[in-house]
Ligand binder design. Structure first.
Ligand SMILES: C[S@@+](CC[C@H](N)C(=O)[O-])C[C@H]1O[C@@H](n2cnc3c(N)ncnc32)[C@H](O)[C@@H]1O
Length: 388
């Protein structure tokens, strides 16, 4: 599969070679088999050379993938309507966006909140990549009146806030651990050296990991050599997000499933995916640093962590259901269908966001509330919580 990918240019290959050098030293530090989550962490975030830190543009037509906000303004406008319904219930509410990518979503959300008359007191961004942060600042420069509300945080706030904490396609970018399973034996999958290249390696799983995988295996009938992954930091990450919310909502949008579907016996090769120049494939070792590596999100883990932290599940549904409940159809109806130059891109965007074969069903929205009296726009019952 990876042989059909376009060959990166010399400058890109040099970045990957620098990362490879770092990876070789990490492999040596881990007795020849680097746990996959550590590999993924370095491949995506190693300062200066990881995928999100090396300055090669991941987003948009020239990049590797197009996220919902990168394909137009409808997604951000809908999200803003959900956020506005929370801010309307709070005094001096704050918005905190996680992993803001190019900053396009922040602009779209802020513009719509302004036109709805519900601008937050502050719009905070927590972004782990310095390169992405700079890109966000550049994007927001074009909107000085909105940029003055934006503040970049180095870490989650100490003081719990009243407002909305949200992230689009951030949970799928958290490093995952990979495993294989056969006849009750769990093995962890890692990364080793193979001459000039890298190769996957396996190790017998330690007690904790084996127990975790065995628990998943018990509720499913896996055939030998079942392979999948889990995100070791997901529950703690969600818990930390809940901790910083005094009143308001936590909203996460991503591709994923509830746990039963995630570990379905037929999904025997897991959910890991890589993106390079708009081609999706499964070879995570191909030119590390030049391609995105992601895995689907286990929404059951998110729900368990948030509910354990005292939040209430507001809803879990497909992206299509969420955007329609936020009024996407009305936003589309505002455009004149005879004005084809304006209407056609909007209707193409709507199709991409809503159709089941595009983003509509694969992407899910999950929302949690704390101490809100009224309902939140975007989540209408019946939703898909029974699939969690
Ligand atoms: C796939 S991009 C999504 C960007 C944007 N939200 C969008 O929808 O276009 C993931 C972003 O999350 C950032 N990121 C990953 N893990 C993060 C974390 N733990 N905290 C904050 N940002 C994170 C990455 O640097 C990147 O900007």
């Amino acid at each position: 599969m990876s042989s059909s990918l376009p060959l990166p240019g010399a400058e890109e290959r040099a970045v990957s070679a620098a990362l490879l050098k770092k990876l070789r030293s990490l492999i040596a530090q881990h007795d020849g088999c680097l746990p996959f989550d550590i590999y993924m962490e370095a491949a995506l975030y190693e300062p200066g050379i990881g995928y999100y830190s090396n300055g090669l543009m991941p987003f948009g037509e020239q990049g590797d993938f197009v996220t919902a906000p990168e394909s137009g303004g409808l997604f951000g406008r809908c999200l803003a309507r959900c956020i506005a319904s929370v801010l309307a219930q709070l005094e001096n509410g704050v918005v905190l966006e996680l992993g803001a990518g190019s900053g396009t979503l922040a602009c779209a959300v802020l513009r719509e909140l302004r036109s709805l008359g519900t601008l937050p007191q502050r719009y905070c961004i927590l972004e782990r990549s310095g390169v992405m942060r700079n890109l966000q600042k550049q994007t927001l420069q074009d909107h000085p009146e909105l940029a003055s509300l934006v503040e970049w945080l180095d870490e989650l706030p100490d003081q719990p806030l009243n407002g909305v904490v949200f992230g689009n396609e951030v949970a799928d970018a958290l490093p995952v651990s990979r495993f294989s399973w056969c006849d009750g034996q769990a093995r962890t999958v890692g990364v080793a050296e193979n001459g000039e290249a890298l190769a996957l390696c396996e190790r017998e799983a330690g007690e904790d990991v084996a127990g975790r995988i065995q628990a998943l295996a018990e509720t499913n009938t896996w055939q030998c050599d079942y392979r999948s992954e889990y995100c070791p930091s997901l529950a703690a990450w969600v818990d930390s997000l809940c901790d910083c919310l005094a009143r308001g909502m936590l909203l996460l949008v991503d591709y994923g499933y509830g746990r039963r579907e995630y570990y379905h016996p037929q999904r025997a090769m897991g959910t890991l995916m890589c993106h390079y120049r708009h081609q999706a494939h499964a070879d995570a070792l191909w030119f590390p640093g030049l391609q995105d590596i992601t895995a689907f999100v286990d929404f059951t883990t998110i729900a368990e962590a948030a509910c354990d932290a005292g939040l209430r599940l507001a809803g879990y549904c497909s992206q299509a259901a969420f955007l329609l409940a936020c009024g996407l159809e009305q936003l589309l109806a505002e455009a004149d269908p005879d004005d084809t130059r304006r209407f056609l891109p909007l209707s193409n965007e709507a199709k991409r966001l809503l159709l089941p074969g595009e983003m509509g069903e694969r992407f899910k929205c999950i929302g949690f509330s704390r101490e809100l009296n009224d309902s939140v726009t975007g989540f209408t019952l019946p939703d898909q919580r029974s699939r969690l």
